[in-house]
Design a protein around this ligand. Structure first.
Ligand code: HEC
Length: 117
Protein backbone atom coordinates (compact mmCIF):
# COMPACT_ATOMS: atom_id res chain seq x y z
CA UNK A 1 0.00 0.00 0.00
CA UNK A 2 2.58 2.55 1.07
CA UNK A 3 4.82 1.71 -1.85
CA UNK A 4 1.95 2.13 -4.29
CA UNK A 5 1.26 5.54 -2.84
CA UNK A 6 4.87 6.47 -3.26
CA UNK A 7 4.76 5.62 -6.92
CA UNK A 8 1.49 7.38 -7.45
CA UNK A 9 2.85 10.63 -6.07
CA UNK A 10 6.44 10.54 -7.16
CA UNK A 11 6.46 8.82 -10.52
CA UNK A 12 4.71 11.74 -12.19
CA UNK A 13 7.37 14.36 -11.33
CA UNK A 14 10.11 11.93 -12.33
CA UNK A 15 8.52 11.33 -15.73
CA UNK A 16 7.99 15.06 -16.14
CA UNK A 17 11.60 15.83 -15.37
CA UNK A 18 12.78 13.18 -17.84
CA UNK A 19 10.57 14.45 -20.62
CA UNK A 20 11.58 18.03 -19.88
CA UNK A 21 15.17 16.99 -20.21
CA UNK A 22 14.51 15.14 -23.47
CA UNK A 23 12.51 18.04 -24.81
CA UNK A 24 15.23 20.54 -24.02
CA UNK A 25 18.03 18.40 -25.38
CA UNK A 26 16.37 17.65 -28.71
CA UNK A 27 14.92 21.03 -29.59
CA UNK A 28 14.75 24.62 -28.49
CA UNK A 29 10.95 24.55 -28.51
CA UNK A 30 9.21 24.49 -25.14
CA UNK A 31 8.94 21.11 -23.49
CA UNK A 32 5.55 19.47 -23.45
CA UNK A 33 4.97 20.88 -26.90
CA UNK A 34 2.04 19.14 -28.57
CA UNK A 35 3.62 19.75 -31.96
CA UNK A 36 6.18 17.23 -30.88
CA UNK A 37 3.47 14.80 -29.78
CA UNK A 38 1.88 15.18 -33.20
CA UNK A 39 5.18 14.64 -34.96
CA UNK A 40 6.13 11.62 -32.88
CA UNK A 41 2.76 9.92 -32.61
CA UNK A 42 0.31 11.10 -35.24
CA UNK A 43 2.37 11.94 -38.31
CA UNK A 44 2.88 8.27 -39.11
CA UNK A 45 -0.75 8.02 -40.20
CA UNK A 46 -1.95 11.61 -40.55
CA UNK A 47 1.15 13.06 -42.23
CA UNK A 48 2.97 16.34 -41.66
CA UNK A 49 0.31 18.15 -43.69
CA UNK A 50 -2.70 16.37 -42.15
CA UNK A 51 -3.71 14.84 -45.46
CA UNK A 52 -2.72 11.34 -44.41
CA UNK A 53 0.27 9.20 -45.34
CA UNK A 54 0.06 6.20 -47.66
CA UNK A 55 -0.15 3.94 -44.62
CA UNK A 56 -2.72 6.20 -43.01
CA UNK A 57 -4.90 6.19 -46.12
CA UNK A 58 -4.95 2.41 -46.06
CA UNK A 59 -6.19 2.64 -42.50
CA UNK A 60 -8.84 5.08 -43.65
CA UNK A 61 -7.69 8.42 -42.19
CA UNK A 62 -9.72 11.50 -43.08
CA UNK A 63 -8.05 14.36 -44.97
CA UNK A 64 -7.67 17.05 -42.29
CA UNK A 65 -6.99 19.67 -44.97
CA UNK A 66 -10.43 19.10 -46.48
CA UNK A 67 -12.86 21.82 -45.38
CA UNK A 68 -15.79 19.44 -45.90
CA UNK A 69 -14.30 17.01 -43.45
CA UNK A 70 -13.52 19.81 -41.00
CA UNK A 71 -17.08 21.10 -41.04
CA UNK A 72 -18.51 17.59 -40.73
CA UNK A 73 -17.02 17.01 -37.28
CA UNK A 74 -17.37 18.97 -34.06
CA UNK A 75 -14.52 19.14 -31.56
CA UNK A 76 -16.63 17.07 -29.19
CA UNK A 77 -17.05 14.34 -31.80
CA UNK A 78 -13.35 14.34 -32.55
CA UNK A 79 -12.48 14.11 -28.91
CA UNK A 80 -14.94 11.26 -28.44
CA UNK A 81 -13.20 9.34 -31.28
CA UNK A 82 -9.80 10.08 -29.82
CA UNK A 83 -10.82 8.82 -26.39
CA UNK A 84 -12.92 5.80 -27.32
CA UNK A 85 -11.79 4.89 -30.82
CA UNK A 86 -14.29 4.63 -33.67
CA UNK A 87 -16.11 1.90 -35.57
CA UNK A 88 -13.03 1.70 -37.78
CA UNK A 89 -11.06 -1.20 -36.29
CA UNK A 90 -7.82 0.39 -37.53
CA UNK A 91 -8.34 3.39 -35.31
CA UNK A 92 -6.83 2.99 -31.90
CA UNK A 93 -7.72 4.95 -28.81
CA UNK A 94 -5.09 7.61 -28.41
CA UNK A 95 -4.53 6.59 -24.79
CA UNK A 96 -3.24 3.29 -26.21
CA UNK A 97 -0.59 5.32 -28.03
CA UNK A 98 0.45 6.88 -24.74
CA UNK A 99 -1.13 10.25 -25.39
CA UNK A 100 -1.80 12.35 -22.30
CA UNK A 101 -5.53 13.20 -22.06
CA UNK A 102 -4.50 16.78 -21.28
CA UNK A 103 -3.00 17.00 -24.77
CA UNK A 104 -6.22 16.13 -26.60
CA UNK A 105 -7.59 19.67 -26.83
CA UNK A 106 -4.35 21.18 -28.13
CA UNK A 107 -4.05 18.25 -30.57
CA UNK A 108 -7.50 19.04 -31.91
CA UNK A 109 -6.19 22.57 -32.37
CA UNK A 110 -3.40 21.21 -34.55
CA UNK A 111 -5.85 19.06 -36.52
CA UNK A 112 -8.09 22.13 -37.06
CA UNK A 113 -5.05 24.08 -38.17
CA UNK A 114 -4.65 21.80 -41.19
CA UNK A 115 -8.06 22.92 -42.38
CA UNK A 116 -6.70 26.36 -43.26
CA UNK A 117 -9.32 28.76 -44.46
C1 HEC B 1 -2.25 3.95 -36.76
C2 HEC B 1 -2.67 5.12 -37.50
C3 HEC B 1 -3.10 6.35 -36.73
C4 HEC B 1 -2.38 7.05 -35.79
C5 HEC B 1 -0.98 6.77 -35.27
C6 HEC B 1 -3.22 8.17 -35.41
N1 HEC B 1 -4.40 8.14 -36.08
FE1 HEC B 1 -5.89 9.51 -35.97
N2 HEC B 1 -7.01 8.42 -37.25
C7 HEC B 1 -6.62 7.22 -37.83
C8 HEC B 1 -7.73 6.67 -38.61
C9 HEC B 1 -7.72 5.37 -39.40
C10 HEC B 1 -8.81 7.58 -38.45
C11 HEC B 1 -10.21 7.48 -39.03
C12 HEC B 1 -11.13 6.85 -38.02
C13 HEC B 1 -12.54 6.75 -38.53
O1 HEC B 1 -12.89 7.39 -39.52
O2 HEC B 1 -13.31 6.01 -37.93
C14 HEC B 1 -8.31 8.67 -37.60
C15 HEC B 1 -9.07 9.75 -37.21
C16 HEC B 1 -8.61 10.78 -36.41
C17 HEC B 1 -9.40 11.93 -36.05
C18 HEC B 1 -10.81 12.24 -36.50
C19 HEC B 1 -11.81 11.64 -35.57
C20 HEC B 1 -13.20 11.98 -36.00
O3 HEC B 1 -14.10 11.69 -35.19
O4 HEC B 1 -13.44 12.53 -37.06
C21 HEC B 1 -8.62 12.72 -35.26
C22 HEC B 1 -9.01 14.04 -34.64
C23 HEC B 1 -7.37 12.03 -35.11
N3 HEC B 1 -7.39 10.86 -35.83
C24 HEC B 1 -6.32 12.51 -34.37
C25 HEC B 1 -5.14 11.81 -34.17
C26 HEC B 1 -4.06 12.31 -33.35
C27 HEC B 1 -4.07 13.65 -32.65
C28 HEC B 1 -3.10 11.34 -33.36
C29 HEC B 1 -1.79 11.34 -32.60
C30 HEC B 1 -1.84 11.53 -31.18
C31 HEC B 1 -3.57 10.26 -34.20
N4 HEC B 1 -4.81 10.58 -34.67
C32 HEC B 1 -2.86 9.13 -34.48
C33 HEC B 1 -5.38 6.63 -37.74
C34 HEC B 1 -4.36 7.04 -36.89
Amino acid sequence: MKLKKFFRYYSIPIVTICSLYLGLSTSSVNAGDVNKVYKDTCELCHGADGKGTEAGKQFGVPDFSDPHYQSSRTDVQMKESMINGTKNPNYVKLSDLGVDPADLDPLIGIVRGFGGK
